[in-house]
Design a protein around this ligand. Sequence first.
Ligand code: ADP
Ligand code: MG
Length: 366
Amino acid sequence: TSIKNEIVESEKQGGELGNLDPSVKVVVRIRPINGQEKEVDRTVRKISSDSLSVSDRKFTFDSVLDSNSNQEDVFQLIGVPLVKNALSGYNTSILSYGQTGSGKSYTMWGPPSAMVEDPSPRSHQGIVPRIFQMLFSEIQREQENLDGKQINYQCRCSFLEIYNEHIGDLLDPTQRNLEIKDDPKNGLYVENLTEEYVSSYEDVTQILIKGLSSRKVGATTVNSKSSRSHIVFTFVIESWCKGASSKCFSSSKTSRISLIDLAGLDRNKLEDVGRQHVQEGKNVKKSLSQLGYLVNALAKETQPEDAPYQGSCLTRILRESLGGNAKLTVICNISADNRNSGEVLSTLRFGQRIKSIRNEPVINEI
Ligand code: ADP
Ligand code: MG
C-alpha cells in the first residue's frame, strides 16, 4: 500500500514528476547581511539543501538557498522548471514573500538597469527577466526545429499594481481604479487593463522597465525606497500548429505565468512617515492579513469555493494561483540577523502553511 499511497500522493501533487515537481513549492532564500548588520548577530543558518534553523528551531521546505546563492542559482531552481511547465501548457505562478528589505524585489526583478546591462551587470538580473530570456530562446528553438510540424506562439502580457485597495495599470498610469470581473467563459480578468503583444526578450524587458518605474514607493527607514504596492506581471502564451494535420490541432494550448511581488510591511512606527503612508500601511497590512486568512483556510482543506478570496483585491487576484489551476512557487525571503527573528519566524510559518495547500494544475488544451 505504501507504493499506492505514493502514487496517490504524487497525483495529488499534480503532474507526472510527482514529488519532484509538486503543485505548490516553497523555497527559502536567505539574504546576505548588509552594512548595518553583523555576522555575529546571525540567528538563521542553513542546515541542508532543504532545511534551516532559526535559533534552535528547525524548518524544512522544498529548498533553502543560503546567502551566498546568486540570481542564477534562483533561476536554475525555480525559473527553468517554470518555463518548461509554462511551455507544456500549465499555468505557473511565483509569489515573492517576506518583510520589507528581505529581498523580494531583488529576487524577482533585480535592478531594472541589469535587464539592459546599464550600469548594473546582468549577474544581478532577477528571476523574471531570466525566465523570459529562456522562454523566447526555447520558442525560437522550437520554431527552427522543422521536423514536419511547426508550432506558432502568440504571447501577450500585462502589469498591474494593487495600491490602497485599488487596481492600477502600470502600463497606463492614468488608469488607477480598474475592476476585477469574473466571466463564466474567460474566468477572472481585470477590465480595461492594457495588454501588450510581445515577441522577444527585448519587448518584455522594455515593458518590465516601464512598469517598474511606475510602481508606488514610499520613504521608510528600513530602506529608503520601500514598495507600497503589490504588483503582478501576467504573461499569456497561446500555441498552435500551423498548416497542421488533425493530430497537431489537438495540441493547441494556452497558459498563464503570474509573477507577484508583494508590498512590504514596515516594522517602524507608521506615524513616523506621514499620514499618506499611514493609510498605505494600513491597506498593505489589511491585504497581507487577508492573504494569511486565505492561506490558513486553504491549508485546512477548505474547498476553494468556500475559501475567503473576497477579502481583498490581492486575494481575489490570487484565486487561480492559490488553491486553483496553477503550479505555484513561493519564495520566502528572509534576512539572517537576530533583530529580524520575529519576522523571520512569521515568514517561515507562512511558508509552512502555504506548503500544505493543494493546487490542481492541468494542461490547458484549447
Ligand atoms: P524587499 O523588496 O523585500 O523590500 P529589496 O529587494 O528591495 O527588498 O532588497 C532590499 C535591499 O537589499 C536592496 O538594496 C537589494 O538590492 C538588497 N538585496 C536584497 N537581496 C539581495 C541579495 N540576495 N544580494 C544582494 N543584495 C540584495
Ligand atoms: Mg520590494
